[in-house]
Design a protein around this ligand. Structure first.
Ligand code: PEP
Ligand code: MG
Length: 896
């Protein structure tokens, strides 16, 4: 027969810690604590399978459940020596939800269940405290009526206030037993008036009502939203824990409290917690009374007059410290504990891994490894790579209130606040003043013309564009917070307004953006600044020892390259040369090159670009000091580079010495309908080989000069973008080799490889032939995603979010690689490439190279490196180590 109910208590349990899928986190940990002999009030857990059954069968229960719940109650009755519903010696229980993933405060809890007009007298006699019994009863009616009967909480709060007013008192505790007795009667009358039925007196009816309410709370709007935000599947369901009540409010020798085994904000090894004498758990969190510190040390440090638990109940304190240490060793992690002391006896109500800041997480992991509780591998697995972002960028103070006005895509992490500006010129003007104001550049979308504005802005907000749009890619490269594709915002550039949900913001109004969540917030919000600790370096060092893949950076400026090295990049995996022309004087030369209508014109522009390129490359080689540097030939999506507006056209016309009107016509001729699928990538070098030749010359000459200067030989990797076959690759490679031969003929010695991006489906499919002449592959999963799914990178935001929200795609495929589709193309590319050239060097340089889930996929495919924007390098290093550990463990598992 299916087992729907598992019991625990008295040093034994039918469940275990590793059964959290079935028992939920709380149930599994209660079972585990019982198993290791800790004092846990006895109880039973109704499994999450019942929740699944409940929703699959019109909110009904499996037939055998009734008998199993009864048996569970008998188990508790036997251990406690009390009986459920007994007038003399009543058993009271708590009913709590508990799902696989922690969902704090999202679902419901009921305490003191089993109280009625008769059992309240039994409780009074047993506790020798009538006031306590009636206070428990009125709390129970209040909680049950709210959670199970759906009555508003305030109905009862109002009645409680009226009772206090009648007595002329302020505190709940000032009501005496008479008052509470009357209040119970008033509460019951209210329930009957509101629901048409009397408050249920039969304990079993109460219990089933509570069980149903907990299962139903899995689908309450709070829980649904929390699951959506935390990617918790609905199918997991919740378990229900029914447990004997213990009372922290049975007088001065009773207490209740919460504690962390280490400080959750710093990770310091010190018991950190608070308690209240003569109180129930909810009083500690409700903030009505001020809880006292648990340890003397904390009491003294906090200058608190009220005694600590250590002073007030020294025996209990010693036992609690021993339990806390034991639990931490048992679970190998910092614990978050809830306990109650009932008349001098300690009871553990909950133990779970404690939530903590990233800084604390690093300290705890490194310390636990030093204490021999964890291996280094286990310590490395403990840190969520994405959480490292907290250390690298300023972020919104977790305690601050957020007034969210819109949500876009979390395009580049970190938070920033500043005055709204609608143009790059306005951004520069605001920032250049003596006061150096902080600005948020707000645009429909950005283009290379905005680079100077992006550079000075504290953050970037766009209303169009996806995770690989210009704004997103450039902001990530700069390490600047960016929210892209916030479609609910309406920008009126001319009027200088930003409108959302009927509210209008003007230039100069302050907003805050959170590039880690995609939120746009009203006004300034409190921030916390980044901080890299010694623990960070220790743990990252362990990660690097464990990793198989290397982590390189996507970087093209000296600042990016330096940041990349500081963050531990092992070279540059992608230098997007088109990004090196964003400075105003250079972009004119690039435009000149693009708009030239003959080779002579182009060569003239190229001659202007060559020295810039050469000195930039030389600088990159110098900073990278012998580490590999992959330089990609130009890949300028034309719409990002063509001049917009008369002023820009006039500038280029002047530089070229041609008529502005003629140039305008040429720009119009070059206009494309689908620029991301247009005249970009190697197509440029195929039409105009002199462009590739200039770039090859600049790269090789820079390598020679840097090698001479530093004495460290430079090995460069020249990369061809957007090829579809061996033929187009070879065409470009021949031009590059010819330049090298020419320089070698002049006595230079060069070490270089020519490889290619694999970023179009056809290239992935023909990887076998391409590997006959390409010396490395770098998977460009931005374009591969765009072309495999037929989704424009720049236009994805408005519809892609619907796919994700409706569960049609598990995640934004531009953020986390679509394993089944794009991933299969990468796998084909790997397999066919390596079939031709077993040692073919393989990397990834799409934005997925910085995404932990995608990095895990790269490890499974056996890539040699991932490359990502500099600020993601630490995340990628940690994710690469974790992927190596998990992949190795998987390979050891016996095949099915
Ligand atoms: C890619 O397509 O994945 C890539 C890295 O190139 P870009 O983003 O510059 O098109
Ligand atoms: Mg690309």
């Amino acid at each position: 027969m299916a087992k729907w109910v598992l019991t625990f208590g008295d040093g034994r349990a039918e469940g275990r810690a590793d059964m959290r899928d079935l028992l939920g986190g709380k149930g599994a940990n209660l079972a585990e604590m019982a198993n290791i002999g800790l004092p846990v009030p006895p109880g039973f857990t109704i499994t999450s399978d019942v929740c699944t059954y409940f929703y699959a069968n019109g909110k009904s229960y499996p037939e055998a459940l009734d008998a199993q719940v009864k048996a569970g109650l008998e188990h508790v009755e036997k251990i406690t020596g009390r009986r459920f519903g007994d007038a003399q010696n009543p058993l009271l229980v708590s009913v709590r939800s508990g799902s696989r993933a922690s969902m704090p405060g999202m679902m419901d809890t009921i305490l003191n269940l089993g109280l009625n007009d008769e059992t309240v007298e039994g409780l009074a006699a047993n506790a020798d405290d009538r006031r306590f019994a009636y206070d428990s009863y009125r709390r129970f009616i209040q909680m049950y009526s709210n959670v199970v009967l759906g009555l508003e909480h305030h109905l009862f709060e109002d009645l409680l206030e009226q009772a206090k007013d009648r007595r002329g008192v302020v505190e709940d505790t000032e009501l005496d037993v008479e008052d509470l007795g009357k209040l119970v009667a008033i509460y019951k009358a209210k329930v009957e008036k509101e629901t048409g039925s009397p408050f249920p007196q039969a304990p079993l009816e109460q219990l089933w009502g509570a069980i149903g309410a907990v299962f139903s709370s899995w689908m309450n709007p709070r829980a649904i939203t929390y699951r959506r935000l935390n990617a918790i599947p609905e199918s997991w369901g919740t378990a229900v824990n029914v447990q004997a009540m213990v009372f922290g409010n049975m007088g001065e020798t009773s207490a209740t409290g919460v504690a962390f085994t280490r400080d959750p904000s710093t990770g310091e090894k010190t018991l950190y917690g608070e308690f209240l004498v003569n109180a129930q758990g909810e009083d500690v969190v409700a903030g009505i009374r001020t809880p006292q510190p648990i340890t003397e040390a904390a009491r003294i440090a906090g200058g608190v007059a009220a005694p600590s638990l250590e002073m007030r109940m020294p025996e209990v304190f010693r036992e609690f410290v021993a339990v806390a240490e034991r639990l931490e060793r048992h679970y190998g992690d910092m614990q978050d504990l809830e306990f109650t002391v009932e008349r001098g006896k300690l009871w553990m109500l909950q133990a779970r891994n404690g939530k903590r800041t990233t800084k604390a997480a690093l300290k705890v992991a490194v310390d636990l490894a030093a204490e021999g509780v964890l291996t280094r591998e286990q310590a490395v697995l403990r840190i969520d790579p994405a959480s490292l972002d907290q250390l690298l960028h300023p972020m919104i103070d977790p305690k601050a209130e957020r007034k969210v006005i819109a949500t876009g895509l979390p395009a580049s992490p970190g938070a920033a606040q500043g005055e709204i500006v609608f143009s790059s010129e306005a951004a520069e003007a605001a920032v250049s003043g003596a006061s150096g104001r902080s600005v948020i550049l707000v645009r429909v979308e950005t283009s290379p013309e905005d680079i100077h504005g992006m550079h000075v802005a504290a953050g970037i907000l766009t209303t169009r564009g996806g995770m690989t749009s210009h704004a997103a890619v450039v902001a990530r490269g700069m390490g600047k917070p960016c929210v892209s594709g916030a479609g609910a915002l309406r920008i009126d550039e001319k009027g200088g307004t930003l409108t959302v949900a009927g509210r209008t913001y003007r230039a100069g109004d302050v907003i805050t953006i959170d590039g880690s969540t995609g939120q746009v917030l009203d006004g300034p919000v409190a921030m916390v600044q980044p901080e890299l600790s010694g623990d960070f370096n220790t743990l990252m060092g362990w990660a690097d020892e464990i990793s198989r893949m290397e982590v390189r950076a996507n970087a093209e400026t000296a600042d990016d390259a330096r940041a990349a090295r500081e963050f531990g990049a092992r070279g540059i995996g992608l230098c997007r040369t088109e990004h090196m022309f964003f400075d105003e004087d250079r972009i004119v030369a690039v435009r000149e090159m693009i708009l030239a209508d003959d080779e002579a014109g182009r060569r003239k522009a190229l001659a202007k670009l060559l020295p810039y390129q050469r000195s930039d490359f030389r600088e990159l080689f110098r900073i990278m000091q012998g580490l590999p540097v992959t330089i990609r030939l130009l890949d300028p999506p034309l719409h990002e580079f063509l001049p917009h507006g008369d002023r820009a056209i006039a500038e280029v016309a002047e530089a070229m010495g041609v008529d502005a009107e003629k140039l305008k016509r040429r720009a119009e001729e070059l206009h494309e309908f689908n620029p991301m699928l247009g005249f970009r990538g190697c197509r440029l070098a195929i039409a105009f080989p002199e462009i590739a030749e200039m770039q090859a010359r600049a790269i090789f000459e820079a390598a020679i000069e840097a090698g001479r200067e530093t004495g460290a030989p430079v090995h460069c990797e020249v990369m061809v973008p957007l090829i579809v076959a061996r033929a187009d690759f070879d065409f470009v490679k021949e031009r590059i080799d010819a330049v090298a031969r020419e320089l070698e003929a002049d006595g230079a010695s060069l070490s270089y490889q020519v490889g290619t991006m694999i970023e179009l489906p056809r290239a992935a499919l023909r990887a076998g032939e391409i590997a006959e002449s390409a010396e490395f592959f770098s998977f460009g999963t931005n374009d591969l995603t765009q072309t495999a799914l037929g989704i424009s990178r720049d236009d994805a935001a408005p519809f892609l979010s619907h796919y994700v929200a409706k569960g049609l795609l598990p995640a934004d495929p531009f953020t986390t690689i679509d394993r089944d589709g794009v991933g299969e193309l990468v796998a084909i590319g790997v397999e066919r490439g390596r079939a031709t050239q077993p040692k073919l060097k393989l990397g990834i340089c799409g934005e997925h190279g910085g995404d932990p889930a995608s990095i895990a996929f790269c490890e499974e495919l056996g890539l040699d490196y991932v490359s990502c924007s500099p600020f993601r390098v630490p995340i990628a290093r940690l994710a690469a180590a974790q992927a190596a550990i998990r992949n190795a463990a998987r390979q050891k598992e016996p095949a099915d």
